[in-house]
Design a protein around this ligand. Structure first.
Ligand code: MN3
Length: 245
């Protein structure tokens, strides 16, 4: 497949994910998901569902504060810092891949921007269950079974001391589970375990404390009920074809 055909196919795939029922501005959203940027900076796309859509697993108040306060701040700060550095025209993914060149604040806010962009979209009120097709096969291949995969992912999410993220990544065509601290992302050059994330879980306390307090394990268990496997599968296929590892 040549590059042009590939890009077109990728866009159709992403567009198809959001074709039903989401009140998003399709084009800017697709652009932001694809490259994390637009001409005049980095967009904050609308949440692809209502704040209360993930109840009872993730509560409305948490989603509202998480999206409107935390995510807005990451996006604003990322735009401000990238603007000052004159790099607003670069894709967020590219900036993160060379983040060690820049001030720490860019690492924190650029990571916060891109991590949440993925996080909002791996969740869905119609989520849960298990993946199908190629991703399902790849999970069996890499982890033995879907249950074993979930157990390993849960362990990674529980093991983050303080604030951070658990990830399912593709690295050199293989699936792997990893975890990062603060707002680090496996695509960053500072990451010890690099890859393209296809699924992530925010384990900062701001993501669960209002409902679950210190019971992070309950939040992790609830997460599986709202994982949008359709989106994760499409992202898996997309990332595989791009061969970025
Ligand atoms: Mn968060």
């Amino acid at each position: 497949m040549d590059k042009r055909t590939f890009i077109k196919t990728g866009l159709i795939g992403v567009a198809a994910i959001f074709a039903s029922g989401f009140t998003v501005k399709g084009k800017s959203y697709i652009n932001s998901l694809k490259s994390g940027k637009r001409k005049d900076g980095f967009v904050q796309p609308p949440l692809p569902y209502a704040f209360d859509a993930l109840e009872p697993y993730i509560d409305a108040e948490t989603m509202k504060i998480h999206y409107e306060k935390h995510y807005t701040a990451y996006t604003r700060n990322f735009n401000e810092i990238a603007g000052k550095l004159g790099i607003s025209n670069k894709p967020a993914r590219e900036i993160l891949s060379e983040v060690s060149k820049y001030p720490e604040a860019l690492r924190n806010n650029g990571g916060g921007y891109l991590n949440h962009l993925l996080f909002w979209n791996v969740l869905s009120p119609a989520g849960g269950g298990a993946p199908e097709g190629r991703l399902h096969e790849a999970i069996i291949d890499s982890f033995g079974s879907f249950e074993q995969f979930k157990n390993q992912f849960d362990a990674a999410a529980r093991s983050v001391f303080g604030s951070g993220w658990a990830w399912l990544i593709i690295s050199e065509g293989k699936l792997r589970i990893t975890a990062t601290h603060d707002q680090d992302n496996p695509m960053m050059d500072v990451s010890n375990d690099k890859g393209i994330p296809i699924l992530c879980l925010d384990v900062w306390e701001h993501a669960y404390y209002l409902k679950y307090q210190n019971r992070r394990t309950d939040y992790i268990n609830a997460f599986w009920n709202v994982v949008n496997w359709d989106f994760v599968s499409k992202r898996y296929n997309f990332a595989l074809k791009r061969k970025i590892a």
